[in-house]
Design a protein around this ligand. Structure first.
Ligand SMILES: *Cc1c(COP(=O)(O)O)cnc(C)c1O
Length: 385
């Protein structure tokens, strides 16, 4: 059985975790800041806040940017539901902007058009959450220019894109955004079991996210609202926060995996190029990359040319699965889910709908062998022609 993605755990990773288990601290201790600093350094950004998962990091990012009820947040429809849910946790309304038919990322052209309309109707978004689908960065400079023009903030959902680059800079450098979020779920580029990271160059955002990660509690006396010095006040809860902390056990795994991040991404790119060569004659659209982006290739998504393929998407999916190749679909447009249908009658978005009817995710992960990949290529070929 070949899954669509899977973690790669080394003996070094295991040793790093065991070392924490034998140490003083299990939950947030000395390894969490070590991991945070290593990630900041890798991304060339000032602050990293490690969290229990990317969903909680996205929630903290929205809160740090002041998203609350009455606000509007825009994101892509072709993403995991967490990219939109974070805004809902804050009571904000979510709108979806259709994707670009080639990169499958949020369409910059449409974004620009919708922003002009929104300004006229006085319904501009407070925050836009571009998603780097499959690890391929959105054209962030263009989105940043729009942010300046229209006054919204940017959270990059880079859950897929750790180790990727945009215009030569690491995704996560936050050169064109306020906050960038990474996921460390086992199918993603590196893992900490469960885990997330919020990266920023803004000290205030970092402090807010750190405080909200730990119940909204501060141990900094200068933050304390009045307190009686004869009473023991070693912390105060300043605001309503959460327990979104990462443990030292998770951080140790993340830190150890970070050593192999570049190796993982280059292996993913090698295998993606191999797919590219072996599938190019088939009636399918292969991933299209721009020269601005070095993709981390979290996912390898193909689109079936339904006029030329022997099987439709459902039949293709079932055929591959019958051969024990666990192809998948990334993603069902978020607005189609019952929860989102319940809150609003979302309009169907043309490119997202077409993508949803043609896309298939082929397996891609660093430990996949060339023999396994050749088997996948053989089955894809049988399924198409
Ligand atoms: C995986 C993923 C998330 C959520 O990550 P968790 O760490 O599982 O919470 C959010 N957004 C996108 C695009 C993802 O792929």
């Amino acid at each position: 059985m070949i899954p669509y993605g899977k973690q790669s755990i080394s003996q070094d990773d295991i040793n790093a975790v065991v070392k924490v288990l034998e140490s003083e601290f299990l939950t947030q201790g000395p390894v969490v800041p070590l991991f945070e600093n290593a990630v900041s350094k890798y991304c060339n950004a000032k602050f990293s806040v490690a969290t229990s998962n990317a969903t909680s990091a996205l929630h903290l990012a929205c809160l740090a940017l002041g998203v609350s009820s009455g606000d509007i947040v825009w994101t892509s429809p072709i993403t995991f539901v967490a990219s939109a849910n974070c805004a809902r946790y804050c009571g904000a309304e979510v709108e979806f902007i259709d994707i670009d038919p080639f990169t499958y990322n949020i369409s910059i052209e449409l974004l620009s058009k919708k922003l002009a309309e929104a300004r006229q109707n006085n319904v501009l978004p407070k925050v836009i959450i571009p998603v780097h689908l499959c690890g391929n960065s959105c054209d962030m400079e263009k989105i940043y220019d729009l942010a300046i023009e229209y006054g919204f903030k940017i959270i990059e959902d880079a859950s897929h894109a750790l180790g990727g680059k945009y215009k030569g800079n690491a995704v996560g450098s936050c050169l064109y955004s306020d906050i960038t979020v990474f996921s460390l779920h086992p199918v993603k580029i590196i893992t900490s079991g469960e885990g997330g990271l919020a990266i920023t160059n803004n000290k205030k955002y970092a402090e807010t996210m750190r405080r909200l990660r730990s119940h909204g509690i501060s141990t900094d006396e200068s933050m304390f609202i009045k307190h009686n010095k004869s009473e023991i006040w070693n912390y105060q809860q300043i605001e309503l926060g959460f327990n979104y902390r990462m443990t030292d056990i998770q951080a140790a795994l993340g830190l150890s995996q970070l050593d192999r991040l570049d190796e993982f991404v280059s292996r993913r790119n090698y295998l993606a190029e191999r797919y590219q060569n072996k599938l190019s004659a088939l009636p399918i659209q292969l991933p299209i990359l721009t020269n601005k982006s070095y993709s981390s290739f979290h996912l390898y998504v193909i689109r079936l040319d339904l006029n030329a393929c022997k099987r439709n998407q459902r039949e293709f999916y079932d055929y591959m699965r019958s051969k024990n190749i666990l192809v998948n679909i990334h993603y069902i447009p978020v607005y189609k889910h019952p929860y989102y249908q319940c809150i609003k009658n979302y309009m169907e978005l043309k490119h997202a709908e077409q993508y949803f009817s043609e896309a298939i995710t082929l397996p891609l992960f660093p430990d996949m062998t060339e023999v396994e990949q050749d088997e996948i290529v053989k089955c894809v070929t049988e399924a198409c022609i």
